[in-house]
Design a protein around this ligand. Structure first.
Ligand SMILES: O=P(O)(O)OC[C@H]1O[C@](O)(CO)[C@@H](O)[C@@H]1O
Length: 544
């Protein structure tokens, strides 16, 4: 057996031997449990003491990380090796927020290009913000519409909302869905004279984005004349030839590189709408936060390293405890798009079924990631987290301070609720406690015994909590980079390639084949019975 298989077997044995691990007992036995199983860097704290791990678990997990070659793989990423082997690409999103050393790729420093694009973005963004760059009729831009999908949408959309207190530029809108409702509802609110479109697509071939961009171009031409269109469009892409073919002037095109994965691209020119919203200085602070996390990830020893610990605990829950999902619950309304963003980051990266060598994986890989902000989630799905039959580890994210000092009582309630949920998941409520509570309310013995089982919480359910001072641009950059690196750590332990996404291809190919069938230009008889039955039903409804 290899060291990897050996340590995995040891981890599984350890899990079996500790099946009855009880968090309540662990806290009762060890007053130091919180300080032992939490780690801080500046104002950011990661508390994983409410997860069923101990020193031996962490020793085995770090041995496993060594056997999986985590440290070597991390170094390979930072130093520009082509670790995305199925696409033969380097993975260098960390270079986009690097402010110090040269970053070499194939013998060349990529930093001058990175800096040049950042400067061009800043000049463009600041001109839009100041009203120096205007639409065709000379009016300043009041609204910016980003047209993109996946990594060309979710990151900027999430960050724009997260940084709302810093948003002093034009209004931002995000159109992603090919459903015409999305662009129609957006355009309804807009004045073409004061609207700027950014077409954001790494490949500039994505059908949703190209369709929406075409519709936006037609709308603009119909409203202001075709000569006006150029002044109202900019683009972000790695495929500069395709942008030129679409007709966007090269002075309004911001490039990036194939070594930036779509879901890791909000630090690149894909972040242009964020910069227009909050200004280039705040965008630089956002990058600086990510860079601080990069340094921490690269340098801190495993037991003090937040992304490593988050990844080890995530791996423990998924691959050893076999929990199918994890919930990410930001107690921050402005992080309400974070779960959707993390779904792409995590599930498109680690939803893989073969190893780097192409062999079927022997362990479960990336979990289902989902969530909603607290406290809203409490009134929706927390019932299942507390009393459902599956154990779903929860990740709470919380700022100590809000941006509304006049509404401090709201923030106090928010914090109390967040802490209450992790306490409730851990402590639960026994049958005896539930029965006693009902008796104390004056309920008769028979009724109390009948109702008490419904009020039992098993408890002993794992959660971890990330706390920081305030959600400012630096803190957001650090938080996103923390999650990026956690995904990296888990991928290294799963021994999969986190940087390709072949699983999205088949559906795209079939959609291309099905379009003429839906349009009625081709008959559906060659499809399976279900698909052709659905096509027939839809056609009948369309004719009726
Ligand atoms: O930026 P593009 O090339 O339009 O791609 C959008 C998204 O589509 C995907 O390729 C998946 O279909 C994502 O990885 C990517 O972020």
């Amino acid at each position: 057996m290899s060291a990897y298989e050996d340590t995995l077997a040891a981890l599984r044995r350890h899990r079996e031997e500790n099946r009855d691990f009880d968090l309540r007992a662990a806290f009762a036995a060890d007053p130091e449990r919180f300080s032992r199983y939490s780690v801080a860097s500046d104002d950011m704290l990661l508390d994983y003491s409410k997860c069923a791990v101990g020193d031996e678990t962490l020793r085995l997990l770090t041995d496993f990380a060594d056997a999986a070659g985590l440290a070597e793989r991390r170094e390979a990423m930072f130093s520009g090796e082509r670790i995305n082997t199925t696409e033969d690409r380097a993975v260098l999103h960390t270079a986009l927020r690097n402010s110090s050393t040269p970053v070499m790729l194939d013998g060349q420093d990529v930093m001058p290009d990175v800096e040049a694009v950042l400067s061009a973005m800043s000049a463009f963004a600041e001109a839009v913000r100041a009203g120096d760059l205007t639409g065709a009729t000379g009016k300043r831009f009041t609204d910016v519409v980003n047209i993109g999908i996946g990594g060309s949408d979710l990151g900027p959309a999430m960050a724009t909302l997260a940084l709302a207190p810093y948003h002093d530029g034009p209004r931002l809108h995000y159109v992603s869905n090919v459903d015409g409702a999305h662009i129609a509802d957006t355009l309804k609110e807009l004045d073409p004279e004061t609207t700027l479109f950014i077409v954001a697509s790494k490949t500039f071939t994505t059908v949703e984005t190209m369709t929406n961009a075409g519709t936006a171009r037609t709308w603009m031409a119909e409203k202001l004349g075709s000569g006006a269109v150029g002044a109202h469009f900019a683009a972000v892409s790695t495929a500069l030839d395709k942008v030129a073919a679409f007709g966007i002037d090269e002075t309004r095109v911001f490039g990036f590189w194939d070594w930036v994965g779509g879901r890791y691209s909000l630090w690149s020119a894909i972040g242009l709408p964020i910069m227009i919203a909050v200004g280039s200085e705040n965008f630089r602070r956002f990058l600086a936060g990510a860079e601080a996390m990069d340094r921490h990830f690269r340098e801190a020893p495993a037991r003090e390293n937040m992304p490593v610990l988050l990844g080890l605990v995530g791996f423990w829950h998924r691959a050893v405890c076999a929990y199918p999902a994890r919930a990410v619950i930001p107690y921050d309304q402005r992080l309400s798009r974070l779960p959707a963003y993390l779904q792409q980051l995590d599930m498109e990266s680690n939803g893989k079924r073969v190893t780097l060598d192409g062999d079927p994986v022997a362990i479960p890989t990336g979990p289902l990631v989902w969530g909603e902000p607290g406290t809203n989630g409490q009134h929706a799905f927390f019932q299942l987290l507390h009393q459902g039959t599956d154990v779903i580890p929860v990740e709470f994210i919380l700022a100590a301070n809000g941006h509304e000092p006049a509404l401090k009582h709201h923030h106090d309630l928010l914090v109390a609720n967040c802490l209450a949920q992790s306490e409730a998941l851990m402590k639960g409520r026994t049958l005896e406690e539930a029965t006693a509570q009902l008796r104390a309310k004056g309920m008769g013995e028979a009724e109390a015994r009948a109702l008490a089982p419904h009020r039992v919480f098993p408890g002993n359910r794992p959660s971890l909590t990330i706390v920081y001072d305030k959600l400012d641009p630096f803190a957001l950059g650090r938080l996103i980079a923390l999650y990026e690196h956690r995904v990296f750590v888990e991928a290294a332990l799963f021994r999969i390639n986190a940087f390709d996404q072949w699983g999205v291809e088949l559906g795209k190919e079939l959609a291309t084949e099905l379009l003429p069938v839906v349009e009625g230009k081709k008959d559906a008889s060659a499809r399976d019975a279900s698909t052709s039955g659905l096509v027939a039903h839809i056609r009948a409804l369309r004719q009726g």
